[in-house]
Each structure stands twice: as C-alpha cells, then as structure tokens.
Design a protein around this ligand. Structure first.
Ligand code: SAM
Length: 520
C-alpha cells in the first residue's frame, strides 16, 4: 500500500468521525456530503485524460471538506506534476484536523468562505484544474442579503445574472469562473436539478456561452452505487475558453463516469433550444449532417383555447340559449371539456356545427353596451345577470372591452387534451382530437393551427388531415412526457411551448416528401 493510499484511509476515518459528531441539520446547512473515494478517483482520472501530459497542475477545490478530491489528485498525478494545490473550507471543525492530515503535502488550505475570498489577479495565479463538489444548500437557507451579494458577485465574475431560486452550488460555479486560468479545466459534481428547472436556465446560459462545455454525465437514479445524496447528481466538465459557434457536447448516462451505459454527442444548438437537458442522451435521435430535429412548433402554431373567465356564464347549452332568447349571431359552437367528449374525431353538419350528443355554445359579442341595450334587449338582460353576480368584475372580464367579448380563437383542425393521468383505458395520457367542425375550444384544450406550408398541403386533402391526426396520436406518452411536467397526485400537463418542443418525426413521416423544404 502506498503512502497516498494510507492517507486516504486516514481521511475516510476522519470523515466518518466528523460526520458522526455533526447533527444532520448542521451538515445540511453547510451542504456537507462527502464524495465517495471511487467517484473522486474517477473524476481525477478523467481530468488527467483531458489534460496535456506535460501540464503542471494548479489545483483548486473551493469546497474542500476533508479533501476527497485532493487525495485523489495525489494518487493520480505524480508530485512533480503538481505545481500548486489550494482548498477552501468554511467549517473550522473540519479545518483544524484536516490541515494536520495533509501536512507535509503541497496543500494550502484556507479556512474561509470561498464566496468571499479575494480573486487571484493574474492568470498565472489562477488554476488550471478545478474540481468541486460544492455545498448542496438550497436557496431558502440563504438570506436575501446573502443572495443579493452572491448574485452581484457572480454577475461581475461570470457575466451571468443568477435567479434568486438558485442553490448555493450555482453561485460556487459562477464565482469559480474568476479563479480559473484561461483554458483551465473544471469538473463539477452538482445536483442535476439545474438541467430542467427554471433557475437552471442561467446556469445553462453560463455553460453554453461563457465556457466550452465538454461533457455532462448523469447517474442512473436506480443505481445504488452511491449514497442517496448523489443519485440525482451530474458531473459537468468544461474548459474556460470562448466556445466555438458549432460543436457537440458528450452527454452520458448510467454506468460509471469512466464507463457510462449510454453516450451521445448533442449539438450545441439542440442544447440551446432544449428546455430540459435530463432527456439527453436517451431521448436524442442523431440525424445526418448535423440537421436539427423538426418539432411540432415548426408545423403548428400552438395556442391554449380561450379563457372566458366564467365558463358557466359564457358557455351555454341550447336549452339555456332558448330560455334567455339569446340571438344566434352572438353564439359560436364550442367543444365540451375532454371528459364529456367521448370521441376523438368531431364530425360536422352542413352548417359547421359539431355532431355531438351534448352541444355547447359560446357567447361572444363585441358590440358596445349602448348598442346591445338598444338593439338586443334579451342579450342585454342576460348580461345584466352577469353584472348582478359580479362576473363583469372577474379578473379576465375586467381586462376585456367590452367585458363580455372573447379572445379570438378560430376553430382549429387539431386539438390536444393537455392534462391527464396515467391508467386510462388505452394507456394514453393526452389525446389528439380531429375537428371537422367550426367549434372553437376553451382553455381545457391546446389548439394546433397548421402553419402556412402545412395549411397549403392540407387544402382539400381530407386524407392528409386524417393521416396527421393518426400520426399525432402515434406519438408515445413517454415522448410527450419528456417535454411535459407532472404535478402532485399524478396529474400530467403539457404547456403550449412544451407540446411545441415535441419531435415531429411521426407527422413528417406522413407528409409528402417535398414538404420538408417548405417548412418554416
Ligand atoms: C459537498 S461537501 C464536499 C466536500 C469534499 N470536497 C468532498 O467532495 O467530499 C461541501 C463542503 O463545502 C463546505 N462549505 C460550505 N459552504 C462553504 C463556503 N461558503 N466556502 C467554503 N466551503 C464551504 C462544507 O463545509 C463542505 O465541507
């Protein structure tokens, strides 16, 4: 056994002792979750494979702990190749014992808050290898003063304005930019949350614009090789240099860092466009010649159905219409909500009304109040019932003029029911509806309006319309869910933009071959 192996044993003993002396809450507050030896070793081995063999390493770990990465550095690189090694650790309980453990090695350990440390001035004093498992401290443990200071500091250092919901690890990442030498390499073990959630947008902006992103590895959550704290983690590698306009980043998943189960190169413009990165590399189909994938938004303008502000008042049955003697010129057919729509294909009569068991009509009038009062007394008295019950004061009504007019949502030939649960009879969470009628829809549907080229292809081609509808329904639930979101209680939802992001390959397959040239 070598001396460095022996030190690693002592370090693990020390780590165990420190973990035992601290209450869980205390460890959570400082984000103290140590990196397992095996992963630290793999990270340093991977770093070594990327660095030039003759490089003298200047190593920095901004969240040192007991030094799992430093220990792995000493086991992976010969001492002669280590020009400097610096660590920051905020916890003095760690500091005292840890300094003793590493005495006689090149380490310079600062017992200090890394986020307040003074940046090295010259490039030679900066670091060409930064490896970090930053504290996993969530934003609600940071005071607003601290957040303000950190946001400003990252803005100055990395030219990115982080979102106030970002965890401490995002600030570590941003601040470290100032500590890295040009062309320096960084490897970060961080929660994979940033890949999908809103606050992560700015982290992704940093990774896409300020550095050259090299690789993103995500562990398989079902893999038990690491402790719980690590299963939703990713290891992100980048080089500090201006990124080229076009390149691809290796995304790997599962297995180990050195032997991932899946690996694919994702073009940078696909990453720029993707709202969620956790779908890579599994859900990415490489296409020839770097062509990016066509998405539903390239074929359809997707809008949520209209929000009336009070469906009970504005959406009426024919019996209610007759009772209030409402003039037909202010009524439009509207689809019933999905749960009252047993069919997926809506046929029409020769006036454009849908042929359904339950027909509904939408009240929509743009005439000013005095005209309605003078010319349409029945409609006027119905509207007065809305005034009496305060409907005209509801948020959406109050912001429309007149309050009883509706948004412009012409009927669309395709619709999507964008909320659903698993366990339906046909296993589908979302349904695509084919609409031959003139019925519009309320905001319980997403409406798909074909864009110009598709509209032209569809003119007088009922068969193509049916083919597209079948193709939309062939998009599997898991592809749709990749873009969507799940709420508590197992409710799945797709926002218009998320549906737009869904790959359109199933639809493209039924379109005439010449169509590809016409889109957008
Ligand atoms: C996730 S642990 C990683 C420790 C070690 N590098 C490893 O990988 O095992 C993060 C460490 O950062 C320390 N820390 C938390 N806030 C810090 C700060 N503001 N400056 C420096 N260190 C900090 C914690 O005390 C903890 O030891």
């Amino acid at each position: 056994m070598t001396t460095t192996d022996l030190i690693e044993y002592s370090r693990l003993e020390l780590q165990k002792r420190l973990d035992l002396t601290k209450m869980k809450g205390e460890r959570n507050k400082l984000g103290q979750f140590a990196t397992p030896t095996i992963l630290a070793t793999q990270m340093l081995e991977f770093a070594k494979s990327l660095l030039k063999p003759d490089l003298k390493v200047r190593f920095l770990d901004p969240a040192f702990g007991t030094g799992s990465f430093y220990s792995a550095l000493l086991r992976t690189f010969p001492r002669s190749k280590i020009a400097a090694a610096v660590g920051y650790e905020i916890d003095p309980d760690y500091g005292r014992t840890v300094i003793k453990l590493w005495s006689g090695t090149p380490l310079q350990l600062h017992i200090a808050d890394f986020t307040q440390a003074t940046l090295p001035e010259s490039d030679e004093d900066k670091f060409n290898l930064l490896i970090c498992n930053p504290p996993y401290v969530r934003h609600h443990h940071l005071t607003s003063q601290e957040k303000h200071r950190l946001i400003q500091a990252v803005k100055t250092t990395a030219d990115v304005e982080l979102n106030g919901l970002a965890g401490l690890y995002c600030y570590f990442l941003g601040l470290s930019h100032g500590w890295m030498a040009q062309r320096g390499l960084a490897g970060w073990l961080i929660p994979s949350g940033f890949m999908d959630v809103n606050y992560g947008k700015k982290v992704k902006q940093y990774l896409l614009t300020r550095v050259r992103l090299l690789r993103v590895h995500r562990f398989d959550p079902d893999d038990v090789q690491f402790k719980d704290a690590l299963v939703s983690s990713a290891v992100v590698w980048f080089e500090k240099k201006k990124p080229p306009a076009k390149y691809a980043v290796e995304f790997t998943y599962g297995g180990t860092l050195l032997k991932p189960a899946v690996s694919k190169y994702i073009p940078i413009d696909v990453l720029r466009y993707a709202t969620k990165w956790t779908k890579f590399p599994i859900f990415f189909e490489e296409r020839g010649s770097g062509q990016t994938q066509t998405r539903l938004v390239d074929l359809f303008e997707i809008k949520r159905g209209l929000a009336t502000g009070a469906n009970k008042f504005f959406v009426l049955t024919p019996e209610e219409v007759a009772k209030h003697r409402l003039p037909s010129k202010f009524l439009k057919p509207v689809l019933p909500p999905p749960r009252y729509l047993p069919v997926n294909k809506i046929e029409t009569d020769n006036t454009g009304n849908p042929i359904l068991d339950h027909n509904l009509l939408l009240l929509d009038c743009n005439l000013p109040e005095d005209v309605v009062m003078n010319e349409f007394p029945y409609l006027w008295s119905y509207l007065q019932t809305g005034v009496d019950t305060g409907i005209n004061q509801r948020y959406l009504c109050r912001h429309r003029s007149p309050w009883y007019s509706q948004e412009n949502r012409p009927p669309s030939p395709f619709l999507c029911t964008y909320m659903g649960r698993r366990g339906t009879k046909n296993g589908k969470i979302f349904r695509f509806i084919l609409n031959y009628s003139n019925a519009t829809a309320t905001n319980v549907y997403l409406m798909l309006y074909p864009r110009r080229a598709l509209r032209r292809a569809l003119e007088g081609n009922a068969k193509l319309q049916e083919d597209i509808w079948h193709a939309l329904n062939r998009i599997s639930s898991h592809v749709l869910l990749e873009e969507g979101r799940v709420y508590g209680g197992g409710l799945y939802k797709l926002e218009p933009k998320e549906l737009g992001n869904v790959p359109a390959d199933k639809v493209l397959a039924v379109l005439p071959e010449t169509f590809g040239k016409l889109i957008k």
